[in-house]
Design a protein around this ligand. Structure first.
Ligand SMILES: Nc1ncnc2c1ncn2[C@@H]1O[C@H](COP(=O)(O)OP(=O)(O)OP(=O)(O)O)[C@@H](O)[C@H]1O
Ligand SMILES: O=P(O)(O)O[C@@H]1[C@@H](O)[C@H](OP(=O)(O)O)[C@@H](OP(=O)(O)O)[C@H](O)[C@H]1OP(=O)(O)O
Length: 448
């Protein structure tokens, strides 16, 4: 049996799959078959099932089980409620139907298609994933991998689901914040009633910041509550405004009683600046979409949680009297030559979160626009140099992730009518300002 012609990787003996990363391989097939034929991979999987190489059982909350590596699993994986969901539709409705996200156990999640507007969400994913348009290709980096629409039965209810990469996969203590971006959270086709409902919630917060926080969860790092899971839902989110928003973001970053982790902030900011740049090019209209901030508290703990010197901060600097002409930089490490104004052109020999972040920022005009003080760039470069000198690599730095989800009100402009989504951009700009201020708060650790 061969995979059909038209698969980009060419015909392949199914027996060959045994030596491959089957999850990746089969899901790539699914990706390549999205477009208008998202269900076609089922034929391939059906063949695997009939050969006994893959478990499949519909009607009992189970699905095709794909093993992470090696051979295809013979037993099905059970579907479960996705307990890491922090916002959005959820819970049981009359008759026991569950409306929240499900988790497959193979690194994917299922989002139920519950209402008409989600057909638009499917269209959005299909187009983003298949387009060659440069702006959409750029945007794709910020969107979970999409594996098509599939029918599953859970708790006796058959339902279409959008199958997506689980962004928390592999995280031991996933910290997730859902920020719904935009002052306006209804689309241009909304009814008067819908507009009224949307305008009546998160009102102050949306006016003040251009975003709101419908949900988050964080595992505490350090202190007496180390390891505790703290969650905030939409009822709390609807009451938040003003400084409370910054407080909640600080708390989410595990920075309530001190400074945030610099490496985590730099990673989140570098991604956010890039997203700002992508959105500033126009191309899409995103209403009521969410920006997810994610990181793993267990990794943060190994960086900042042991009570010692956090790995994201430099070794204690030896303070010397200021050098003539260098009054801004109050502390200096003796062996350092004068600092370059640009990031080094060759990649640093030692992996460093700072080096990586700076490399991504090369050529980013929004970096300068958003973080006016050139001094900050110098400080970051200085820190990157220290990372290399001290041989303190980025391996322990918490991998901050930033992704966009929820496109029930997402639109892709045709080439000729591209315009910037000011509503969305405004929310991103304000979030960037908050994170930049938190980053500045950590500067004292670099130059103390
Ligand atoms: N790909 C993903 N990986 C991990 N978690 C996700 C993913 N997509 C969504 N989530 C989780 O599910 C939540 C809700 O997602 P989403 O906004 O898509 O659902 P929704 O029901 O359409 O929301 P709303 O009620 O605001 O329309 C997010 O806040 C996040 O916690
Ligand atoms: O009712 P709708 O039109 O499906 O819109 C829902 C909305 O009801 C829900 O509000 P609520 O549960 O807080 O009252 C929104 O949740 P948020 O609290 O996160 O704003 C949903 O986002 C709305 O869905 P949609 O984004 O598709 O309009």
């Amino acid at each position: 049996m061969k995979l059909g012609a038209g698969y980009p990787m060419g015909p392949l003996e199914l027996a060959d799959l045994t030596g491959l990363d089957t999850k990746k391989y089969i899901l790539e097939v699914m990706m390549n078959r999205t477009g208008n034929t998202v269900f076609r991979p089922v034929e391939v999987i059906d063949t695997l099932v009939s050969q006994g190489k893959l478990g499949r059982k519909t009607g009992e909350g189970v699905h095709y089980g794909l093993e992470r590596r090696g051979s295809v699993m013979a037993s099905p994986l059970p579907l479960r409620r996705f307990t890491r969901q922090v916002a959005g539709h959820g819970g049981d409705v009359a008759g026991g139907k569950y409306t929240g996200l499900l988790q497959c156990g193979d690194g994917t999640i299922l989002k139920p298609i519950l209402k008409e507007s989600q057909k638009r969400e499917v269209e959005f994913y299909e187009r983003i994933m298949s387009s060659n348009r440069p702006d959409l290709v750029q945007l794709r980096k910020f969107i979970p991998k999409y594996y098509g629409v599939r029918k599953f039965t859970y708790n006796g209810f058959e339902q279409d689901y959008i199958m997506l990469e689980d962004l928390t996969d592999g995280m031991l203590e996933p910290c997730v914040m859902d920020l719904k971006i935009g002052r306006i959270t209804y689309d241009p086709y909304a009814s008067a009633d819908k507009i009224k409902r949307e305008e009546s919630k998160y009102t102050r917060c949306k006016q003040q910041y251009g975003f709101c926080i419908p949900g988050y969860q964080v595992y505490r790092v350090g202190g007496a509550r180390d390891g505790e899971l703290v969650r905030g839902g939409k009822e709390q989110g609807k009451r938040l405004y003003g400084e409370q928003i910054v407080t909640v973001i600080r708390s989410f970053l595990n920075a309530s009683s001190g400074s945030s982790c610099r490496a985590l902030l730099v990673q989140l900011l570098a991604a956010l600046w890039e997203l700002q740049r992508v959105i500033s090019r126009g191309g899409v209209l995103l209403r009521s979409s969410s920006l997810l901030l994610l990181y793993d508290a267990s990794v943060l703990r190994s960086c900042c949680g042991d009570g010692g010197v956090p790995a994201c901060r430099p070794p204690r600097l030896v303070r010397r009297r200021s050098l003539p002409g260098a009054s801004v930089l109050s502390g200096h490490v003796t062996p350092l030559p004068s600092l370059p104004l640009r990031a080094p052109s060759s990649p640093p020999p030692v992996r460093s979160p700072w080096g990586a972040a700076l490399a991504r920022l090369e050529g980013s005009h929004s970096f300068d626009n958003n973080y006016q003080e050139k001094l900050s760039r110098i400080k970051m470069e200085y820190r990157a140099r220290l990372d290399r000198i001290a041989n303190r690599g980025g391996d322990r730095s918490p991998a901050g992730l930033l992704r966009l989800v929820d496109f029930a009100h997402g639109f892709i402009h045709e080439d000729e009518e591209i315009k910037v989504d000011e509503n969305f951009k405004h929310g991103l700009d304000n979030l960037a300002r908050i994170l930049e201020a938190l980053l500045k708060d950590t500067d004292e650790f670099v130059f103390s």
